[in-house]
Design a protein around this ligand. Sequence first.
Ligand code: NAP
Length: 294
Amino acid sequence: MGIPDPLTQRMKLSNGETIPSIHLGTYLTRDRETYQAVLDALEVGYRAFDSAQLYENEREVGAAINSWLRRESFTDDSLRNGCSERKRSDIHYTTKLAENSDYDKTMQSIRDSVQACGLGYIDLFLLHSPYGGPSARGESWRAVEDAMLEGLVKSGGVSNFGVRHLKELLQSKIRFKPSVNQIEIHPFNTRSEIVNFCRDQGIQIQAYSPLVHGLRMNHSTIISLSNTYSCTPSQLLIRWSVQHGYIALPKTTKKNRMIENVDISGFKISDEDMAVLDALDEGLATDWDPTDAP
Ligand SMILES: NC(=O)c1ccc[n+]([C@@H]2O[C@H](COP(=O)([O-])OP(=O)(O)OC[C@H]3O[C@@H](n4cnc5c(N)ncnc54)[C@H](OP(=O)(O)O)[C@@H]3O)[C@@H](O)[C@H]2O)c1
């Protein structure tokens, strides 16, 4: 007995919006590679994409989505005719602020991101990190709130925020709570303190680097449990993430891996094995870890 198809499952955000439970990560992809990966993912059935100003690929992610919406990607007329209507609202697009600064700079930066993606609005806009200090975090968040009121952004959130940063924001005069906190989470970095705090506050967790950035595919426990469930290491890791209730953001540019990574509905990891995986926690940060920034 499995779980619902992760590509069609959506989770509820505290502001009433919904968000797909799997997004394609696009970190370290650029130019034509990004464009083709997003198109391939759309054809596989992905509907959510995670970009960032720092990734320098907002334009390509948006262009691929727009091409798909306009059905330009189909060369085969039978495919074109067999498809139902495609709507912008079927897509979920996330991007992130490169740098916390003052209100005006952030507002301009959000407008630039909307323009770059060409999608009319951004579904989820995140402060990429807490760097910059309390004043820059507060000012930047105020701009995100106004962007939501203006319709440039549907939902606002944060990324790499530790409990202290979240408390600081929640205790200040905010009009909207962050809907999500996007943090690195996988069995080798479980972040229980941040997860528990977010859950208490109704903030959804987006788990980045759910495949441990490819660094633990050959770990003995991952191999052994993959054998138990007759799945691949990637499927085990993504299933662990989704089973914990996280929104997972696996990245790949290969279409066969896009298909593999979401084929996780046919098995369920037992409570005992979830605990075995949880116990692998070694606080491994595969890229950066701003969660304790001042
Ligand atoms: N907010 C933040 O600060 C932050 C930080 C890091 C990441 N993120 C987001 O999270 C996304 C995912 O994180 P990530 O890119 O660090 O790493 P990840 O998704 O954990 O791992 C990606 C790596 O796994 C490989 N891979 C993917 N599917 C595979 C499969 N089925 N079998 C074997 N290898 C596979 C990929 O290679 P190929 O591409 O060659 O397939 C790539 O090397 C990012 O792209 C980004 O959108 C956010």
